[in-house]
Write a protein that binds this ligand. Sequence first.
Ligand code: RIB
Length: 304
Amino acid sequence: MKIAVIGSTNIDVVSYIDKIPAGGETRAAQNFHTAHGGKGANQAVAAAKLGADVLMVTAVGDDMFGKGALENFKRNNMDTSRVNVVEGVATGVATIIVEASGQNRILLYKGANDKLTPELLAQAEDDLKNCGLIVLQLEIPLETVYAAIDFANENKIPILLNPAPAVKELSIEMACKCDFFVPNETELGILTDMPVGSREEVKAAAASLLAKGLKNIIVTLGSKGALWLANDIEEYVPTRKVQAVDSTGAGDSFIGCFVEHYTESGDILASIKRASQYATLSVTKKGTQDSYATADEFEKFFSA
Ligand code: RIB
């Protein structure tokens, strides 16, 4: 079953540093690299690395970053027929700082991602009709996200919405039209205006969204695993302990693995269990897409 990811493509400019500089301070970074990123692209590449058939609907600039991103998608055997190259615009850039703990901070310049309009999306409708799942995040215009949700509903295509980065204006009514809603704790806190410091608080915040009509809420909890809440369902899925070196893109790897396994098996809980382990494996390596395991690499880790 083909998976469509409608979302962002960025180039990540990453500095690894022992301590975040204070305002006005200059500090030396210990390491640096540039890499392919963007929440949409990361999720798509993770699913493709695990063997999924992926259609990428995105926009890049007509610059060297855009060319590189397109080649990267092709190298990962993805369908790039709906990668739009927008003239006179820069490809999205994420400036990322990773601390010694593996914790990251991201500053995003959206660039071409902001040009992925509902009109461009409409051009992909025939291809989207052949997909069994549509995956969305919030690094593209909200109006495009809403157009994708309406299109998917009209065509009875299930949707996974990852509300990242959290945008307070996100319409909960539109989110209710999605089959899966997958925030991390921080995003859940921002979207509900509720505390999320403990497991009980996370549950209460997610329950407040269920009460509004959301269906399956899967909260990713970083090193603590994930929590799945739906009507009459509450499943906490822990993950194994590892030495984290870089958590950037771990949430994206969770979603890529979840959609790959879910579209194959239809089993939500099994897909969450695999996705938690896949994300855990990703934090043991530096980078975003570079840290995502192939199907063989992941099977070894999963069955160990
Ligand atoms: O989720 C991680 C991603 O967020 C990075 O790859 C960066 O591009 C930002 O979009």
